[in-house]
Design a protein around this ligand. Structure first.
Ligand code: UDX
Length: 425
């Protein structure tokens, strides 16, 4: 099949590459010339394990191409997959200006039948609006089908997720595109879920809202465990062994970040409120998440009074391990707050050399703790729980280790004479 993927961002590049690897002929387009130029030279602007190799493999097989000629490409290809960004506006609703632009380009370039697939996360009603807009712009309904096909990719494991989906969700208005959609993702035994356009949009929001709810639930339980001096890890084991609950997304810590969970929750809340539906549960989920940093900082200031002027090292700056993404990273919010409080902040991250005013970034993990009063683990990179604590002890001035991701063995740290702090540990 011939597919034009519009948008060479995270979702666009990974989806285009995987579809090419499935054997389709794929062209990924973006107006940003510099991005397309570097992709054409095999340089990938995002970090995703295995992606660069897969792009090169499909270049060689002549199945994957990149271009900045958006209009012509949309005109030429029978399947258009929209993967442009839908960032948050100030008020938390989704900014759909890129979607708008693409719809206008499609409207001016439809000459023959097209399947238009929306991969971008869009608020409920958007795909119906796209359909209606095309009709109002004079495009006959026989000339197109709109499909809402949300993605469920996690950064760091995006390719695995595409190759091993647990479901494939398609919202359609008619049965006409279904045969083609089944052929498009012909791998694995994942169930197909067919629903309405808005149904598919809401499945995406419901998934991310539920994952976020599990995390805030874990964080609230850890707060309760803390006052009863119970280890949340034991509670986690009790929960995770129950198949009705499941073991995923129950790790307590600094809270959820990244480009999707916070944005999608705000957007869903905004959409619900516009329809006069109150979102009490979502509000609580967001409130718990928004106060996690405060909670950890109050732990730290109890153990280390007069925080201002202290030297604090933060290990991990990305929003989760396995990525170089800093978007809505709780670690960054924590660092900014420490700076605001007057602390001298040092950072180390295995993937990112942070460039932030008033923050000193180190390329050596151990050098970053030299003379520090406290060390905070803000992202649970593997190498942190395997770290050389004797080296840390010999370099630090103080002795406080604040484990904000519940990823360090407290006993090991204490054996080295360090003062281990956590919430629910
Ligand atoms: C998420 C969804 O998982 C994915 O389906 C969707 O398409 C995009 O958004 P991603 O943002 O890559 O993916 O990260 P994810 O692995 O879901 O983690 C999100 C955040 O939750 C991270 O900040 C992570 O640290 C945090 N998290 C996750 C926890 O705090 N505890 C957990 O138990 C799990």
């Amino acid at each position: 099949m011939r597919i034009c993927v519009v948008g060479a961002g995270y979702v666009g590049i990974t989806t285009a590459t995987a579809l090419a690897d499935f054997g389709h002929e794929v062209l990924c387009v973006d107006r940003e010339h510099s991005k397309i130029d570097s992709l054409t030279q095999g340089k990938v602007p995002i970090y995703e394990p295995g992606l660069e190799e897969l792009i090169n493999k499909n270049f060689q097989k002549d199945r994957l191409h990149f271009s900045s000629h958006v209009e012509e490409s949309i005109r030429d290809y029978p399947i258009i997959l929209i993967a442009v960004g839908t960032p948050s506006k100030e008020d938390g609703s989704s900014n759909l200006s890129f979607i708008n632009q693409v719809v206008k380009i499609i409207a001016s370039n439809i000459k023959d039948y097209k399947i238009i697939i929306t991969k971008s996360t869009v608020p409920p009603g958007t795909n119906e609006w796209i359909h209606q807009t095309l009709v109002e712009m004079g495009i006959a309904e026989e000339l197109f089908d709109i499909v809402s096909n949300p993605e469920f990719l996690r950064e760091g494991t995006a390719l695995w997720d595409i190759y091993h989906p647990n479901k494939l969700v398609f919202g359609t208005k008619t049965d006409r595109p279904i045969k083609v959609l089944k052929k498009l993702y012909k791998r694995g035994n994942a169930p197909f879920i067919f629903t309405s356009l808005t149904g598919a949009e809401l499945i995406k929001y419901a998934s991310n809202a539920f994952l976020a709810t599990k995390i805030s639930f874990a964080n609230e339980m850890a707060r309760i465990c803390d006052v009863y001096e119970v280890n949340y890890t034991d509670i986690y084991k009790g929960l995770a062994t129950d198949p009705r609950i499941g073991r995923h997304f129950l790790n307590a810590g600094l809270g959820f970040g990244g480009s999707c969970l916070p944005k999608d929750l705000s957007s869903l809340k905004h959409s619900a409120l516009r329809q006069n539906v109150e979102t009490k549960l979502l509000d609580a989920v967001m409130e718990i998440n928004d106060t996690q940093i405060e909670l950890y900082l109050s732990k730290l200031s109890m153990a280390l009074p007069d925080l201002a002027d202290k030297q604090i090292t933060v290990w991990g700056v990305t929003y989760k391990p396995g990525t170089d993404d800093l978007r809505s990273s709780p670690a960054i919010a924590l660092i900014k707050q420490l700076v605001q409080m007057g602390c001298r902040v040092h950072t180390y991250d295995p993937m990112v050399h942070l460039e932030l005013s008033d923050v000193s970034s180190y390329i050596d993990q151990y050098e970053s703790v030299t003379n520090s009063d406290a060390l905070i683990i803000a992202t649970e990179w593997d190498q942190f729980h395997k770290c050389n604590w004797s080296e840390v002890v010999s370099r630090m001035k103080g002795s406080i280790i604040l484990d904000a991701r519940n990823c360090i063995d407290g006993k090991t740290v204490r054996r080295h004479g360090l003062h281990y702090l956590g919430v629910g540990k």
